[in-house]
Design a protein around this ligand. Sequence first.
Ligand SMILES: [Fe+2]
Ligand SMILES: [Fe+2]
Length: 275
Amino acid sequence: MISSYPPTHIHTTDNIVNVLQLTDLHLYTDPKKTVEGRNCQADFERCLTQALNEDRRCDLILLTGDLVNEIDNAIYERIFAKLSATNIAFACIAGNHDVTDELYPERPFDKRQLVAQPPDSRLLTHHCIQANDWQILLVDSSIPGQVKGKLPKQTKSWLTKQLSNNHRATILVLHHHLVPVHSKWIDAHMAEGAEEIWQLLHQFDHVKAVLSGHVHQAFHTQYKGIDFYTSPSTCYQFKIGSDEFALDKFAKPGYRWLQLGNNGYLESWVKRLDT
Ligand SMILES: [Fe+2]
Ligand SMILES: [Fe+2]
């Protein structure tokens, strides 16, 4: 059993760290509830099981926000119990849904009422995991009561300090995206001041990649030499390229692997549920 949460050090003897990203679980108090025909609890469990049954050792699991769709301590208990039972190190950050209750979900997206809520205390505000040759920096980009994100001043200062003091290859992990994914409605809810965050990151040659959730789709690009990755949700997917809020009923739940090697070597790919 992994006794300490959150993990601070991961060491492997083959110089490879296999990181599994699971994101946007959107779980409900009622584990049987379905959304657009999908049961988010079952989908999350199927993603976790499928990933861990692959022919690959998993060294770290990152949950990158929107763990719940209605704020209830019991859901976090369920998630943490499930992850603890894997005996694999894991770390969780908040997304907008972890700090915001959305009232009137039956209304169109922009007509829903948003109510600010405090995050679960186990969701990390800023945290560093040293993994062999790498440092994984997790930051909370959520704003209670809002869909968009932001990095508060103190988080940016922490980031600058971490990057100045530790020159290992670095990956930054947050919920909100820092590059538009060409879908107007979700791009209106990126991390605010993304350009400023990129400027900060570009001051340090050892920043190799940024990893986010929030967009419920797989995406990869490079921004001035830094890789930017997102992952499918473990439940429902947003329609790629749509200007209005829309789900893609045919896209399967999925997850992302990141393989961190020596000298800043990074490989990453997405897998979808087999069935
Ligand atoms: Fe989400
Ligand atoms: Fe989100």
